[in-house]
Design a binder for this molecule. Structure first.
Ligand code: BMP
Length: 216
């Protein structure tokens, strides 16, 4: 099973993405890529690519503005910050995405050191009210990732922070994530296809290891 979401924050050659897609679940279209190529350029880069497209446009605004942004580029999923709250923001975005069939992922906790989880209970309430399809939660902090999996047992959890940010491939999967979001380790590699295969293998080994540990 493919457990990698390729974070495209920089351009990788189209033929490489075509080959990589066999080993990944989705691509996450990053804001830097969009600024670099424009909407037309991103669509061109990904034409013929069959995997899901998750738009990471750093959404944290009023509903009207977020809807204008997501209307400009097609995707299968859209990530938004939970901290912006429900009324006039996420409620409007969720209604809009429901009408287009796109899936909403809410970001409940971040992967960098400075993130503060002390307001997690508020973000959890927001997620319970909005009922997103999925959640973004960090690979880098196992405690909060496990808690989020416990609080949202049936939602898809996608997890950044693997590779350059320090988490090892498969660790987040062992802590409750469904997919690991990986950018620089792949797109900065001289051999992105080889790197994706290597990461997939490491993920599988790690999953077997942690399943075994739980069984003991
Ligand atoms: P990388 O593997 O190169 O660190 O990329 C991680 C990706 O996930 C980047 O696109 C980054 O913006 C995003 N991300 C993150 O790293 N931490 C978060 O908490 C939320 C993110 O969206």
């Amino acid at each position: 099973m493919n457990r990698i979401i390729l974070a495209l924050d920089e351009v990788i050659q189209r033929d490489k993405i075509m080959q990589i897609q066999e080993y990944i679940y989705a691509v996450k279209i990053g804001y830097p890529l969009l600024l670099q190529l424009g909407v037309g350029g991103v669509n061109e880069l990904l034409s013929g690519v069959k995997v899901k497209r998750i738009l990471d446009l750093k959404l944290a605004d009023i509903g009207n503005t977020m809807i204008k942004i997501v209307s400009k580029i097609p995707g299968d999923g859209v990530i938004a910050h939970a901290f912006i709250g429900v009324e006039g923001a996420l409620d409007e975005l969720k209604r809009f995405l429901d009408s287009t069939g796109e899936k909403l992922y809410l970001l409940l906790s971040m992967s960098h050191i400075g993130w503060n989880d002390s307001f997690y209970d508020y973000l959890k309430d927001v997620a319970n009210e909005i009922k997103p399809y999925g959640i973004v939660a960090p690979a880098t902090r196992s405690g909060i990732l496990q808690k989020i999996r416990h609080d949202f047992p049936s939602l898809e959890i996608i997890s950044p922070g693997v590779g350059v940010q320090g988490s090892l491939p498969g660790d987040a999967l062992c802590n409750g994530a469904d997919y690991e979001i990986i950018g620089r380790s792949i797109y900065s590699s001289l051999d992105p296809i080889g790197k994706v295969k290597e990461i997939s293998k490491l993920q599988e080994e790690r999953i077997l290891e942690c399943k075994g540990a739980k069984g003991r």
